[in-house]
Design a protein around this ligand. Structure first.
Ligand code: GLP
Length: 266
């Protein structure tokens, strides 16, 4: 896992937006795995800034979001479909038919989950998967205890997740109890993974994810099994990491190597 510690949240936003833009500039028909929550909003804003500067186009991209609440209509202000429209899709040249979110068909939930997996396969798999992290170490809506071999399915949300997400709703009673989510095995199949975590309230989940044993009790620890997973942190989120100095040293060497490599090509 590549651990990158930056000073502030705004640095994480900028770096993440640039990584996303670079992916699309290099492979214009990239398949992106996208995330919701408050964390990726800054990265999307940076990506939109790059788009507005005319340096990237999403015309040929395909996107798959991680998850969606069960029981909210797609135009509900808290549905993830609405979130993506507001924060990204509606502000740039995405092809709407190429932007996928799980679409929970209450009558046929199993079929809609299988269909989502099939669509990802048909698109050739995800090139770059963006992730946030819950305060309990969940990724997407893979709550603690989720099988590390799980695929897209319906999950009941924990009280912790519903409490954390209640800030977006009028009250906790309005937060749905179920969601459809990509599974951990689905996420691990992405070619590259970029996890963003900022703020003090993510520090213990980050420590467990990076330095704890791999365990279904902290679903994000599964990322330790991925060969190309990067975690971008601000200083408060990195606060509890025991090997912080080492990650900073490795990153310094890595940046130097990249710079030399860039020089060698000019
Ligand atoms: C929800 C989402 C996750 C997200 C998490 C953290 O549970 N399903 O994908 O990572 O919230 O959200 P935030 O970034 O707002 O802290």
């Amino acid at each position: 896992m590549r651990v990158v510690i930056l000073d502030e949240k705004s640095d994480v936003d900028r770096r993440a937006g640039q990584i996303l833009a670079q992916q699309i500039q290099t492979v214009p028909d990239s398949v992106l795995g996208l995330a919701t929550g408050s964390t990726p909003v800054g990265a999307y804003n940076e990506l939109l800034r790059i788009y507005e500067a005319g340096e990237v186009s999403f015309r040929d991209c395909t996107t798959f979001n991680l998850d969606e609440y069960v029981g909210l209509p797609p135009d509900h202000v808290q549905s993830y479909r609405h979130f993506m429209q507001e924060h990204l899709f509606g502000k740039a040249d995405f092809e709407p038919t190429q932007c996928h979110l799980p679409c929970p068909n209450i009558a046929q939930l199993d079929e809609s989950c299988e269909e989502y997996e099939a669509r990802i396969d048909e698109a050739g798999g995800i090139d770059l998967q963006l992730l946030g992290i819950g305060t309990d170490g969940h990724i997407a809506f893979n709550e603690p205890g989720s099988s590390l071999a799980s695929r897209t399915r319906v999950k009941a949300l924990t009280q912790q997740t519903r409490t954390d997400n209640a800030r977006f709703f009028e009250s906790i009673d309005e937060v749905p109890k179920l969601a459809v989510t990509m599974g951990i095995a689905t996420i691990l199949e992405a070619e590259k993974i970029l996890l963003l975590a900022t703020g003090e309230n993510k520090a213990s989940a980050v420590r467990d994810t990076v330095e704890g044993p791999i365990s279904a009790s902290v679903p994000a620890t599964a990322l330790q099994l991925h060969p190309k997973a990067t975690i971008l942190l601000d200083k408060p989120a990195a606060r509890l990491l025991a090997r912080k100095d080492y990650y900073e040293q490795v990153e310094f060497i890595q940046r130097e190597l990249e710079q030399n490599d860039a020089l060698n090509h000019h």
